[in-house]
Design a protein around this ligand. Structure first.
Ligand code: ATP
Ligand code: MG
Length: 274
């Protein structure tokens, strides 16, 4: 269970990117964080694993407080947080297998890591994962020979092989075409189920969030203004999150959206009070 309490980030420039966000994420839920550009979505995810240092507040994972750990403690604890990036962050000249195995480096001693001396069970796990993400047989390909969707599957396999307690994805689909985006979202939801971990996905495409997430968080100007199910995400709620700005719902096109009167319009949307 990820517990975030009053998370605040003020950058050196004076920008207050997060104004004090509190939220718990647990189980095997797929949580999509939406909100306009500059709302603080990336900052939120980066503050969780302290790629960005929060200014205030606490982040705990299974009761272990991450904020406050020293560098060495943080290095160990980061193994529990899988990260999937928009631009994949792979090592281009290495193979699929070599990239996936990077997710196990944090578990090796320095000497073993230097020699890339992975135990056989790690290699076995990597093959299983390549199968899971649909890349079986591609282990020896260099990643610069792969399509965007295939690269993102490598990125996901690398994050999952860490055996994390939570998977965080920052715009994992925004470099991908709509069809591949759907495949990647499906894969992330499958992993939540298969690995029994929560998945938090920052995403621009509201339609994808609605289709694949169990729960949606709406962030606006560093403030959490919505926390509810896709069904509860009414047009009114979207207006509050996007403050009247247009939002990207392109992934709706071509999808049969005939609303079910009973479930599509909840009486009250779970908009959060100021
Ligand atoms: N390294 C930084 N230094 C200073 N300000 C920053 C830095 N990174 C982000 N910001 C500012 O913090 C705010 C939140 O940015 P962030 O990247 O978290 O938003 P976002 O919701 O991820 O946006 P997008 O949807 O465009 O990715 C913005 O005002 C941004 O300009
Ligand atoms: Mg971002």
């Amino acid at each position: 269970m990820l517990e975030v309490e009053n998370l605040r980030k003020v950058y050196d420039t004076g920008d207050e990117a997060l104004t004090g966000v509190s939220v718990d994420i647990g189980g095997r839920e797929v949580v999509a964080m939406i909100g306009p550009s500059g709302a603080g979505k990336s900052t939120f995810v980066r503050c969780i694993n302290r790629l960005t240092e929060p200014t205030d507040g606490t982040v705990s994972l299974d009761s272990e407080e991450l904020t406050g750990l020293d560098d060495e403690e943080l290095r160990v604890e980061r193994r529990n947080i899988g990260m999937v990036f928009q631009e994949y962050n792979l090592v281009e000249r290495l193979t699929v297998m070599e990239n996936v195995m990077q997710g196990r480096l944090g578990y090796l001693s320095n000497w073993a890591a230097l020699r890339r001396n992975f135990p056989p069970e790690d290699i076995e796990r990597a093959y299983e994962l390549l199968d899971l993400v649909g890349l079986d047989g591609m282990e020896d390909k260099r990643v610069d020979e792969l399509s965007g969707g295939q690269r993102q599957r490598v990125g996901i396999a690398r994050a999952v092989i860490q055996e994390p307690k939570i998977l965080l994805a920052d715009e994992p689909t925004s470099s991908l075409d709509p069809e591949t985006s759907s495949v990647v979202m499906e894969l992330l939801t499958h992993i939540a189920d298969d690995r029994d971990v929560p998945v938090l996905i920052n995403i621009h495409e509201v339609g994808l969030a609605e289709r694949y997430a169990d729960r949606i968080l709406g962030l606006t100007a560093g403030e959490l203004v919505f926390d509810g199910t896709p069904t509860e995400l009414t047009d009114e709620a979207k207006d509050v999150i996007y403050r009247g700005e247009t939002f990207d719902d392109t992934s709706h096109s071509g999808v049969d959206e005939a609303p079910d009167q009973e479930t599509a319009v909840p009486e009250t949307a779970p908009l959060l009070e100021d």
